[in-house]
Write a protein that binds this ligand. Structure first.
Ligand SMILES: C[S@@+](CC[C@H](N)C(=O)[O-])C[C@H]1O[C@@H](n2cnc3c(N)ncnc32)[C@H](O)[C@@H]1O
Length: 444
């Protein structure tokens, strides 16, 4: 049953627009799975997608180059090999037998084929040799750590071989569940105690003042602390962005690109739920998600507005003191949580996103008053979407200057702030999602 559902998820996830977490949540909601089975399903789907490149390479070593698999068959083989290589608690014979059953519908010939391939792989994976790091670093990282070659090549060129290797390793780890205490209702110490009392394992974040890491927990929606709005799920690094904006009680704040409201609700917390905040996103569906989060967290000072930040004149901007642009981006900083991103992104998409980010900044820049501050942030690691967007923007709009992030985030380790004053952290350096943010002030 679990493998059959995993196969269903994987086939569905081939659609470029579907995302792992909602697809799995849907399957869990529509099937009565025990907690153990929910975990197994999640692990097989995430793991098979994360390791897809590596699994395909192994499968290729055991099949003739002329073989063409349909989506169903390649997904069945990937699920089988993933279990053999990565799921220690599933005995090999069970992994093979259960996977062979998935090929039932395809007939006896297909079942024999899956059985033969998996048994051959089980016998001889140890003997497979990938190109070495010294001779062919791009192929080595791509095949061993399961990333597309174009991204590995890009990262080596953009950063360094050492960076790419460490980043790829770290981005293959499962990220801990990170939450932000809703300080309007509870401080993080009390929240940690309450969660521990209920049997969860919790550690305090070293990066974010309100952050907790739930290293072992029950399904999040079942926690009474979640239902009571005592916390918001949010990566530790994402929790730094509202601090970089440094809102004061009387600041007029506009949050563009705000849905689902992780940062908007954090800003509301920091101003004690009093100052009015305008939160903008592209559609009613999107702004409703912000409202849902506000309702659960007991936040009442947010007005939502549907608008396009790239093209629309947004009235609230003229008087705003602080503006957050948490831009749509490639999300390569979040590969731990969204392993499918590596297979879905293209170089062209990254360039299109960089243009969109630049245009949003320009459109906002002309609508705001002197003295106003923009914080621009992404969860991308790509230079095109981060440093290059800001360089282009500062050339186009010389009235803006960078206010060093260190002045607003004094509690961060030195290597979290670049010499240009940007906040920039990565999974391999700080154990958080890759995040970039910069504070820009419009001067006279
Ligand atoms: C990175 S997400 C924002 C996450 C959010 N700030 C949070 O912390 O929960 C980017 C958001 O930008 C929105 N977006 C994309 N293009 C936009 C545009 N032209 N104008 C306004 N919002 C846009 C997307 O709908 C998406 O919700």
């Amino acid at each position: 049953m679990v493998r059959k559902l995993a196969l269903k998820c994987l086939v569905q996830l081939e659609n470029r627009n579907s995302q792992i977490s909602p697809v799995i949540d849907d399957v869990i909601r529509n099937n009565r799975l025990s907690e153990v089975d929910q975990r197994l399903l999640t692990e097989i789907v995430y793991g098979t997608i994360r390791w897809r490149g590596h699994l395909d390479w192994i499968i290729q070593q055991f099949t003739k180059p002329s073989f063409q698999f349909d989506l169903q068959m390649s997904s069945i083989l990937r699920i089988g090999v993933y279990q053999l290589l990565y799921l220690d608690r599933v005995p090999n014979h069970a992994a093979i037998n259960e996977t062979v059953k998935l090929a039932n519908q395809k007939g006896q010939k297909s079942k024999n084929f899956v059985n033969a391939i998996l048994r051959a792989i089980q016998r001889s994976t140890d003997s497979l040799i990938t190109p070495t790091l010294e001779v062919d670093p791009i192929s080595h990282i791509s095949l061993k750590l399961s990333y597309p070659k174009w991204l590995v090549k890009k990262w080596i060129g953009q950063f360094s071989l050492k960076w790419a290797l460490e980043f790829c390793h770290a981005s293959n780890q499962t990220a801990p569940l990170s939450v932000r205490a809703n300080t309007l209702r509870i401080d993080r110490h009390e929240l940690a105690m309450s969660l521990r009392k209920d049997g969860n394992e919790v550690v305090e974040s070293h990066i974010s003042p309100e952050g907790l890491l739930l290293t072992k927990t029950k399904p999040i929606r079942s926690l009474k602390e979640f239902q009571a709005g005592l916390f918001q799920v949010q990566d530790e690094a994402a929790q730094l962005v509202a601090h970089l904006l440094a809102p004061q009680e009387k600041s007029k704040i506009v949050d563009l690109c705000a849905s689902p409201g992780g940062k908007t609700t954090h800003l509301a917390q920091l101003v004690g739920n009093v100052t009015n905040i305008v939160a903008v996103d592209l559609s009613k569906n999107k702004t409703e998600r912000i409202q849902e989060n506000c309702q659960r967290l007991g936040i009442t000072n947010i007005d939502t507005q549907v608008a396009n930040a790239k093209t629309d004149q947004i009235e609230a901007l003229a008087a705003a003191d602080l503006i957050l642009i948490d831009a749509p981006c490639s999300g390569t900083g979040t590969l731990r949580r969204h392993p499918d991103i590596r297979w879905k992104r293209t170089a062209k998409q990254i360039l299109n996103l960089a243009n969109l980010q630049f245009e949003i900044l320009l459109k906002v820049a002309i609508q705001i008053k002197s003295g106003a501050v923009i914080v621009y942030s992404t969860c991308s690691t790509e230079v095109e979407e981060n440093q290059e967007v800001i360089t282009r923007f500062l050339e186009a709009c010389p009235r803006f200057s960078i206010e060093p992030a260190r002045d607003y985030l004094p509690f961060l380790p030195t290597n979290a702030i670049t010499s240009d004053g940007y906040l920039q952290v990565f999974p391999h350096t700080h154990g958080v999602d890759g995040t970039f943010a910069v504070r820009l002030r419009k001067i006279d």
